[in-house]
Ligand binder design. Structure first.
Ligand code: PLP
Length: 398
């Protein structure tokens, strides 16, 4: 039997059995639902995109996988070439892996070894943000800060957590900069750790402080990348030394991630010494099917001017919720194609999932948040339908 994620198997609701997925819709045996989750932020073009299907089929007929250990291939070369021009600054060096969590592990290892290669072996601690979520592997749990997820794994050795506040960052850097390797953040929008937002001014100051103290700045854009915040990447606003992309990278087709390092980081490994090499190599890194899906996804993203679509979704959401309030609601947050309604009491969301399903909307509230990360192809009338369901729920709360 399947052991489902993030669920108490004894009490979890019966999962919805999906038989077909098309565009923004999920189909069960009997019903059809608008999907507001984009399958954990990944399915940005909707399900069953014919263009992406086609390139994957073509690639299957050529070859589905060869390792990057000692071999290379056109899909990985093409994607690396594309990402080099698609990403800002000198984020030119692509290290592939099979999931966002591993992509973040790779980024942290790169940062620590970058200093190690320069003889700065003490620089191996990490600064991360309170309420951060970076994945479920051991080091990503350590840089994360959310007991709702990782209660049984409280080990935070070598990690300092701060709020996204410049004074806090300054204080910790003044005191500890000699032992700190990097600062890692989910830029602008913290997802799974509470759907929180903060301003770009913190990132700008963080960039300057990291330069001042020889600390690498890592953006985990696994969730925010590819337009989610209304920017192609937050890295377009403030350029990090290392950025991690995942989820929407392959449009929800195949699990894959890429950790892009800038020239400075890459040069820290490029030497005559074998021991300066980066020792990591996931079996499925640069999988050709994933690379073809990513290339086609980026082509569609650019061709269809998704940034304008996302700005339109943002405006529609902001207009729709401008005058909306309810005693149960703590805050409504909207950024790009992303909506979060935080309530004071999680009891106020009990029953919402079923309520939404009964009205043709698949939503996945968690703790005291109801949220939506819309596929970018959603139409206005479909957005209004979802908004009406979310709003009308609060009449039930009364
Ligand atoms: C910001 C962020 N980083 C990393 C991850 C982990 O990605 P994956 O689930 O592909 O391992 C997630 C997943 O939600 C995420 O939101």
């Amino acid at each position: 039997m399947i052991w489902y994620p993030y669920a108490q198997m004894k009490t979890m609701d019966e999962p919805i059995h999906i038989t077909k997925a098309q565009g923004i819709y999920l189909y069960s045996h009997k019903n059809k639902y608008i999907d507001t989750t984009s399958s954990w932020w990944s399915v940005i073009h909707g399900y069953n995109n014919q263009e992406i299907n086609q390139v994957i089929k073509e690639q299957v007929d050529e070859f589905s996988h060869v390792m990057l250990g000692g071999l290379t291939h056109k899909p990985a070369l093409d994607l690396s070439h594309k990402l080099k021009s698609f990403l800002p600054g000198s984020l030119n060096h692509c290290f592939y892996s099979d999931s966002g969590s591993v992509g973040v592990e790779v980024a942290l290892k790169m940062a620590i070894q970058y200093h190690f290669n320069q003889g700065k072996c003490k620089k191996k601690e990490i600064i991360a943000l309170t309420h951060a979520y970076h994945g479920d592997t051991f080091k990503t749990m350590a840089v994360g800060d959310d007991p709702d997820y990782h209660l049984a794994f409280p080990d935070k050795e070598g990690v300092h957590h701060i709020n996204p506040n410049v004074e806090e960052l300054k204080m910790i850097l003044e005191k500890h900069h000699e032992t700190i390797a990097c600062l890692i953040v989910e830029p602008l929008l913290q997802g799974a750790g509470g759907m929180r937002m903060y301003g770009v001014d913190f990132l700008e100051s963080a960039r300057a402080l990291c330069d001042q103290y020889n600390i690498l700045l890592i953006f985990d854009e696994v969730a925010t990348g590819f337009g989610r915040t209304g920017h192609r990447f937050v890295s377009d606003l403030v350029c990090p030394d290392i950025v991690v992309l995942g989820k929407a990278l392959t449009a929800g087709y195949i699990g894959h991630a890429v950790t892009l390092a800038n020239d400075k980081v890459f040069d820290g490994f490029y030497s005559d010494k074998a021991e300066h090499a980066f020792m990591h190599g996931p079996t499925f890194m640069g999988n050709p099917l994933a690379c073809r899906a990513a290339l086609k996804s980026i082509e569609i993203f650019e061709r269809e001017d998704y940034i304008s679509k996302i700005k339109h979704i943002e405006k529609l959401l902001k207009d729709a919720f401008k005058d909306f309030n309810h005693d149960a609601i703590k805050e409504i947050r909207i950024l790009g194609a992303y909506l979060c309604i935080e309530v004071y009491n999680k009891e106020n969301l009990k029953g919402f999932k079923k309520y939404a399903l009964d009205r043709g909307v698949h939503s996945r509230p968690f703790i005291d948040y109801m949220y939506a990360m819309f596929p970018y192809i959603i139409k206005d009338r479909e957005l209004h339908l979802v908004i009406d369901v979310y709003k009308s729920w609060f009449k039930e709360v009364e």
